[in-house]
Design a protein around this ligand. Sequence first.
Ligand code: GDP
Ligand code: MG
Length: 445
Amino acid sequence: SLSERLGGVFDRLRGRGALGEADVRAAMREVRIALLEADVALPVVRDFVEKVTERAVGHQVIKSVTPGQQVVKIVNDALVEMLGGEEGGAAAELELGVTPPAIIMMVGLQGSGKTTTTAKLAKRLSEKERKKVLMASLDVNRPAAQEQLATLGGQVSVATLPIVAGQQPVDIARRALNAAKLQGFDVLMLDTAGRLHVDQALMEEMKAVADVSQPQEILLVVDSLTGQDAVNVAKSFSEQVPLTGVVLTRMDGDARGGAALSMRAVTGKPIKFAGVGEKLDAIEPFHPSRVAGRILGMGDVVSLVERATETIQADEAEKLAQKMAKGQFDMNDLRAQLQQMKRMGGLGALASMMPGVKKVQNAMANGQVDDRILVRMDAIIGSMTPKERTKPELLNAKRKIRVANGSGTTVQDVNRLLKMHQEMATAMKKIRKMGGLKGLGALFG
Ligand code: GDP
Ligand code: MG
């Protein structure tokens, strides 16, 4: 597995603090193979590996995990992010907030699962959201395609547009639109014809249908087993019609989910649903973290690192909390937090939860300030006497001027730092009132 391979790469560097460039590059060769094995398209793999390499070099390794495990976590997080972030459920929402009928158009190659997915989504919308749904098949190529949709409609108790022999797709679309308006349907689903390969006639037909129906959603249905080819399919479709999202079918098969990453990278559109079987309720909102785990084949490593990170942060926070409780959180502790922040790119255990520090961190993330502000704060604390560091309330106007001069800053800078320390102290008191660390989430959640 990838975890074993990475273990090999990192065996010799156990005990070192940060991930070095050469080691990360070696690890990325393994990640690259894992992604290709999961059927992620080659250009997408290249981009991804480049991005993650940048992110991983210099990253601190948490004490209780191996560097290999740490890299897997970094790769996993980047995958989740690229697949649409943690809250995949939110992205899965269909855009139906219009004057009814909302129109959903399904496009994709023949056999990708358009008709089945149309029925699955119609069932979901009518059962879960109590929508009145009408389905219409515009597939005049495949024999009995319209009857197939009518049969499925019967199975899921959703209305289908009556079949009129000899009508062309654009005319069927117009008729469906009228029927939906006249009969007060909330949602109209247009199931279009596919081809075995992308061809121009198909694209023209799709564009014409989109023109007359002006859909709120155009969903590209892709078979997740398509693998490397999925990219070309997605590219052609997204160049011709304004896609709003992707549905990946056959995620119940042995696909490792690589198509998901490719889809997302090529179309830039969210993957909204995953088809997970032939049955008509076998569809679910797309879960980036699940699919990331599947691509890497190592969900357990990821949660191991997450737990280790939490434990260490909790340990450290607990120690600080105890100090605070005794009124001992002083400038030395603040300095340690700031240094940790600088070293780990903003991951100081307790600091990151503190309001004053959070501001600095956000500003850094937005590129408004750089490391220099941390260096400056460090210099200010450095210019204090050991006594002032443990008892910052000693800093009167005169002492502040001395510290400012000594650190090459201004009294304003010194005041700002003292205020941050004060804010942290106040926050810690609140935490104690709320029952210790258990209250942390509630306070800073
Ligand atoms: P279309 O040509 O794009 O309309 O494809 P169909 O909807 O007719 O589906 C083709 C075949 O794929 C049918 O046998 C479906 O049952 C099957 N199918 C569709 N979605 C899924 C899925 O998520 N999982 C599995 N296992 N089969 C699926
Ligand atoms: Mg079909």
